[in-house]
Design a protein around this ligand. Structure first.
Ligand SMILES: O=C(O)CCC(=O)C(=O)O
Ligand SMILES: [Fe+2]
Length: 396
């Protein structure tokens, strides 16, 4: 099975657009993983950032340590090689987590001494909710030109991500702009049917979300002295569904392979090789839950480069959603005709929908994000949120 490659230049060509939307529908409902080409981001915007990756990761250990995520209640910053695990196994990569540069809004009193749990307030933008503490400023490395290159890249992928959401709306046959208010004040520049946009005035109460961008380096693994053949595939990152965002836009830098996608029958791993000039697009748990599984958060993994190969770099952009939004709310914007697709295919109940969203405690995006970050960085959680909060989010 080949992963689909969608040519976004067809979006501006009325004669090619219907076929593009057909391909998109197939990609959304069949596999939940696709490439996009002719996406409109200039190669120089990409190169300016990717050219800096070797020097960023070659910063002295003391400089990296100064940028540690431990400094950040927002879980932004540096994590060293193999510090994270997936399914109980070390991920053989190192990473910097960045986000849309946005000021702190949290105004509660959470801290190791007086950590408090979500207060259950249903007020929109009650900034004392603990999950608002996820939002805040980056830790910038001392590397000439980095902040500018990162910001230009962030802005370009953000814009692409909003354009792509418009195509999804068209594929779902709902008005273009339906999801715009998820992204706060963003107004589409190029919406072809401006007059058809729904009147969202009463809905634009969300704060523009913070998107997350990881800069990843997978070094070649050392020769494996282990003779057990089953051990010979080093885990760059173990099998997972993306939990950080609504959509993921992944840039594979260079031509080192490693990314693999679980086939719809859950049996085979399909390689998603780097294709120059493309992004890989996939969908997060919130998207799967909101569509009741019609669009899957497809499981994927990375095999680290073998001995003797060069470093593999990649940059996933996780498109954020408002932290105070609930999956129920998002679901309200997905037409029933889309939401029943999975159930119909399964001949009854939708199976496999992201379990964390079925638990009322994690129903807001903020709750599920805070849970995810605390579970993957317990040390950061303990330092900034305290034992009670960490206990709450790590139990069961
Ligand atoms: O490095 C890659 O190609 C994919 C990384 C990934 O799946 C993730 O960080 O969620
Ligand atoms: Fe991922």
């Amino acid at each position: 099975m080949d992963l689909p490659i969608l040519d976004l230049s067809a979006a501006n060509d009325p004669t090619r657009k219907p076929e593009l939307l057909r391909q998109l529908r197939r990609a959304l409902f069949d596999i939940g993983f696709l490439y996009i080409i002719n996406h409109g981001i200039s190669p120089s915007t990409i190169d300016q950032l990717t050219d800096l990756l070797p020097s960023l990761f070659a910063l002295p250990d003391e400089d990296k340590a100064k940028l540690s995520k431990l400094n950040s209640p927002h879980f932004l910053g540096y994590s060293g090689y193999a510090e994270e695990t997936t399914l109980g196994k070390q991920d053989l990569r190192e990473q910097f987590d960045f986000a849309t540069e946005l000021p702190v809004v949290y105004n509660g009193s959470g801290g190791p001494e007086n950590g408090h749990l979500a207060n259950g307030s249903s007020n929109r933008q009650d900034f004392s909710q603990l999950y608002w503490r996820l939002r805040g400023l980056n830790q910038w490395p001392n590397l000439a030109g980095f902040k500018e290159a990162f910001t230009a890249y962030h802005d370009a992928v953000q814009e692409l991500s909003y354009r792509f959401v418009h195509l999804i709306e068209e594929a779902f046959e709902i008005p273009i702009g339906t999801f715009d208010h998820f992204f706060g004040s963003h107004q589409p520049h190029d919406s072809p049917i401006e007059g058809n946009r729904p009147d969202n005035n009463d809905l634009s109460t969300f704060l523009p979300p913070q998107h997350r961008i990881k800069l990843l380096r997978y070094p070649p693994s050392p020769p494996n002295p282990d003779t057990d053949r089953s051990q010979t595939q080093p885990q760059g990152v173990g099998p997972h569904k993306d939990s950080s965002g609504w959509l993921t836009f992944l840039l594979q830098v260079g031509n080192n392979p490693g990314l693999e996608v679980l086939s719809p029958n859950n049996r085979d791993w399909i390689p998603a090789r780097p294709i120059p000039g493309t992004f890989v697009v996939n969908f997060g748990n919130a998207f799967e839950a909101a569509t009741e599984g019609a669009v899957r958060a497809t499981t994927h993994r990375v095999i680290a480069p073998g001995p003797g190969r060069g470093d593999r770099y990649s940059i996933p952009f996780f498109q954020g959603l408002p932290l105070d939004m609930t999956v129920e709310e998002v679901r309200g914007y997905i037409p029933e005709r889309v939401r029943r697709l999975r159930r119909e295919a399964a001949g009854g109940e939708a199976e496999g929908v992201a379990a964390s969203f079925l638990d009322a405690r994690w129903s807001s995006l903020g709750e599920s994000q805070l849970r995810k970050w605390i579970r993957s960085h317990r040390d950061v959680g303990l330092k900034w949120y305290g034992e009670e909060v960490v206990g709450y989010y790590t139990a069961s």
